[in-house]
Design a protein around this ligand. Structure first.
Ligand SMILES: [Zn+2]
Length: 182
């Protein structure tokens, strides 16, 4: 089976959906397999004059389903997965709410996986997602997923989640550094 290429002149919407891998469980995140920037999916929308305008995939998705995003509001991920394109996981919020939410969850480009992410990563792997796709959807580096799949550092990955940062400085260790151990 070769991979199907979108026909020339396919609509933006058709091209957009061709980049999304839906999960069988509607509550799970949907993976974006197009380009990404810092974990967020990136989609190039063709304009009438033939040029392209770059959108964040989740914002484009939100507009496809709900119409234009009101001025001053942002599209937030309830699931805290930047690359997720499950419309059920997207909600509108203010920039302030987004920042507050990020600060509370300690969100950034994460270097380790918590228990929930490990569970998801394994599920996506079993469903045939590539390491890159899994890394995108979970907002971590491919090497982190690769280590997990090879069975390295699983204990350490879990360990980082079961200790509180206040009590254990090792919680901030990236999983890559632990993976170097023999
Ligand atoms: Zn999600």
């Amino acid at each position: 089976m070769g991979r199907s290429l979108m026909p020339k002149g396919a609509s933006n919407e058709d091209r957009f959906w061709s980049h999304i891998i839906k999960a069988s469980d509607p509550e799970d995140c949907w993976s974006w397999r197009g380009g990404n920037l810092k974990g967020y999916g990136i989609f190039h929308v063709r304009q009438e004059d033939g040029s392209y305008k770059t959108y964040r995939a989740h914002r484009y998705l939100f507009e496809l389903i709900n119409g234009p995003i009101p001025n001053g509001l942002e599209v937030l991920h309830r699931c805290d997965v930047p690359g997720c394109c499950n419309p059920r996981h997207l909600v509108l919020g203010t920039h302030f709410e987004n920042m507050k939410d990020a600060a509370m969850k300690g969100r950034s480009y994460r270097k380790w996986l918590d228990d929930e992410s490990v569970r998801r990563a394994k599920k996506y792997r079993a469903a045939g997602f590539s390491q890159t796709a899994i890394a995108n959807v979970l907002g971590v580096r491919s090497s982190t997923i690769s280590n997990l799949i090879r069975g390295k550092s699983h204990k350490e990955i879990r360990h980082t989640n079961t200790t509180t940062p206040e009590n254990d400085k090792s919680a901030n260790h990236p999983v890559e550094s632990l993976a170097c151990a023999p």
